[in-house]
Design a binder for this molecule. Structure first.
Ligand code: HEC
Length: 153
């Protein structure tokens, strides 16, 4: 019996090693780059859900919208501490590092927009009550990306 158990755990270890081996083949991603990119990806998911409802007002689900807006407001400050060192460049432009004040201003503006959207969402009953604040959030994403994120397309 015991030998079966240890065989199983050996097998599990082998699988784990294989998985680790696979990830070691892709270029090592700095933990700060990963943390801030993961955060931004989750913002993209949240704004995508909200945008769909704004584009199709008959699908407006106030609770779902509120959840996304609350998430965005809660997470709005989390990426910034992960922009520590230019060595962890990711897809940032040079401007993040040489023009840190302007980058911080964009970050502050975004946080404010995300909190305003959340405030509007928590009392909204129709999509018209959240659309302007949502558009401000989207404009803020875009405004920061224009100068501070490398364009891939
Ligand atoms: C203050 C600046 C700033 C704001 C505001 C901002 N971003 Fe970003 N975003 C960046 C930077 C810089 C990067 C590149 C990060 C990296 O590669 O390390 C990025 C990367 C991304 C990425 C790519 C992530 C990946 O996996 O490579 C997505 C998606 C994204 N942002 C979505 C958003 C959305 C959606 C918003 C608004 C809700 C937003 N961002 C607001 C600066 C910002």
């Amino acid at each position: 019996m015991e030998s079966i158990v240890s065989f199983k755990s050996l097998w599990a270890t082998t699988l784990l090693a294989a998985a680790l081996g696979l990830s070691a083949c892709s270029p090592a991603v700095d933990p700060d780059v990963k943390a801030r990119q993961d955060s931004m990806k989750s913002w993209s998911d949240a704004t995508g859900i909200m945008e769909d409802m704004i584009d199709n007002p008959n699908t407006f689900d106030v609770e779902l919208f509120q959840d996304q807006a609350a998430f965005l407001a809660e997470d709005a400050a989390s990426p910034w501490s992960h922009f520590k060192s230019q060595e962890a460049m990711g897809n940032t432009t040079e401007a993040v590092w040489v023009n840190a004040g302007a980058f911080e201003a964009e970050a502050d503006q975004f946080e404010q927009a995300a909190h305003e959207l959340n405030a509007a969402a928590q009392t909204a009953t129709v999509v018209e009550e959240v659309a302007p604040a949502f558009n401000d959030v989207k404009a803020s994403c875009k405004s920061c990306h224009t100068d501070f994120k490398v364009r891939r397309d």
